[in-house]
Write a protein that binds this ligand. Structure first.
Ligand SMILES: Cc1cc2nc3c(=O)[nH]c(=O)nc-3n(C[C@H](O)[C@H](O)[C@H](O)COP(=O)(O)OP(=O)(O)OC[C@H]3O[C@@H](n4cnc5c(N)ncnc54)[C@H](O)[C@@H]3O)c2cc1C
Length: 434
């Protein structure tokens, strides 16, 4: 139960009790159950965040930081009595054109950031799929997305952050410079920390000049394995994005959007190039005919690809997020398909094949609780044996914390010591990662 002392906060902050803050986008079967005893606070600036954390630390009240709530690992779900600290009012954004930096409040969304950059003739290249994700949430999960193959993940764009620590003190990590070799990079400790080490309140992000263009190419194949094999060849051209999409996923996206995908196959490569010349070379590299989309068709393709999750999320147990070295993708697809067949698990696959990050969607089946986690263990072991990781972009949250402890024992122990040092009362997102 939340303590009576919470009333002290009520003198200063409006306290919300909306259940809308109880879930994120994690598929229901695997999502953690939210506590029924949480309140929501919406601070307007860093000082207010600091006051809330100071109070929570003194009272030992858990604080669950929430950005856009688009996370897929249960990270923002308040799993015990406590405070949900929403960053939705931390909305300042300033584009520094001369330096090509964006100075953002943590609650600025990906959409708002992209639009602001565009207004100044600039771009923010990474594109994790959900445009309502926030700057704070993307940093806290080290989000990736479709363009990571060419432009890297969020980590490559964060220059500095303002963070509020568990005791309410305010710290700046990193710098507004493009290079920095000044001691340990504490900045990178917060990137991917999933709300367990501090609350990110502001960040300076690197921007790029506008993209030269985008030309979409689709190639159809008889099997997912064949598409995976061929996708590897296309990485030579370094497309902006290189996706592998099973036909069943395409059909779901078509149903959601009412739009049509070109070609007939069991699986597709969907690549986007910045230059038309590269898109023309795709056919030579693949030694086959490819479909080159018009601008309007590319919009439709993006819309179909972007809507698959909406159509599939109530049918799946979870969204797997393994990442292997790119050259191992064909082997991973082959080996994991064999395991799925062995367990009788039907898996729909689509994802960022170009950078090795494959999203597999096991469909719900009767009695899944009995065999699913053994299946998943075998899949993870294959990924690890190929030099991969169990999460490429969605994070650990609650959904992979048991495996994280088992597979990464030594790192886990060191991370736990860091966590205890920075948050001795364990108030920041307890029950996540650890
Ligand atoms: C349709 C769809 C497509 C997606 N596609 C991609 C994709 O391509 N690539 C990808 O990487 N992800 C993808 N995601 C997942 C999701 O969008 C990312 O994980 C995103 O980075 C989460 O941002 P958020 O603001 O919604 O964070 P939330 O879900 O609110 O929180 C995520 C985690 O970050 C912590 N956090 C949030 N804000 C802060 C802060 N200010 N300070 C400290 N910790 C904080 C939370 O405590 C939690 O642990 C997708 C999700 C959906 C629904």
């Amino acid at each position: 139960m939340l303590p009576e002392s919470l009333n002290r906060l009520e003198e200063k902050f409006r306290i919300y009790r909306s259940k809308l803050y109880a879930t994120d986008e994690t598929p229901k079967l695997i999502a953690p159950r939210a506590s029924s005893d949480f309140v929501v606070l919406k601070p307007q600036n860093t000082q207010e965040v600091a006051e809330i954390l100071k109070f929570a630390n003194e009272m030992k009240i858990p604080v669950f930081v929430r950005g856009g709530g688009t996370g897929l690992s249960g990270g923002a779900v308040p799993i015990s009595s406590g405070i949900v600290l929403s960053t939705e009012r931390l909305k300042e954004i300033k584009i520094d054109e001369k330096n090509r930096f964006a100075d953002c409040g943590a609650g600025v969304t990906l959409y708002e950031l992209e639009k602001a950059a565009e207004r100044h003739g600039l771009s923010f290249p990474p594109h994790p799929g959900a445009e309502t994700a926030t700057v704070g949430g993307m940093i806290a999960t080290n989000a990736g997305g479709m363009r990571a193959l060419k432009y890297g993940t969020i980590r490559n764009y964060v220059l500095c952050c303002e963070v509020v620590l568990a005791d309410g003190s305010i710290l700046e990590v990193g710098s507004r410079t493009l290079k920095n070799s000044t001691g340990y990079s504490l900045l990178h400790l917060f990137i991917g920390s999933e709300g367990t080490l501090g609350v990110i309140t502001k960040a300076t992000l690197k921007l790029f000049p506008s993209m030269r263009g985008s030309v979409g190419v689709v190639a159809a194949f008889e099997s997912l394995e064949e598409a995976a094999e061929k996708s590897l060849e296309l990485t030579k051209l370094l497309p902006l994005s290189l996706e592998l999409v099973e036909d069943r996923a395409v059909k779901i996206g078509e149903e959601v959007t009412g739009k049509r995908w070109p070609g007939e196959g069991k699986a597709y490569i969907f690549a986007i190039f910045e230059d038309f010349e590269d898109s023309e070379m795709a056919s030579d590299v693949l030694r086959m005919d490819v479909y080159v989309a018009t601008k309007k068709e590319l919009k439709d393709l993006m819309s179909i690809r972007g809507s698959i999750y909406e159509g599939i999320k109530d049918k799946i147990i979870e969204i797997l997020d393994v990442c292997v070295p790119p050259a191992e993708v064909p082997k991973y697809i082959k080996m994991s398909s064999q395991i799925a067949r062995k367990y009788g698990v039907d898996v729909i696959t689509y994802g960022h094949a170009g950078d090795g990050n494959i999203h597999q969607h096991p469909l719900i089946y009767d009695g899944w609780e009995k065999s699913y986690f053994n299946f998943r263990d075998e899949i993870f072991n294959v990924a690890l044996s190929l030099g991969g990781v169990i999460s490429g972009e969605h994070g650990i949250g609650t959904v992979k914390k048991e495996e994280f402890r088992r597979y990464y024992a030594k790192q886990y122990e060191l991370m736990k010591k860091i966590k205890n040092l920075m948050d001795p009362n364990g108030i920041l997102n307890p029950g996540k990662i650890f």
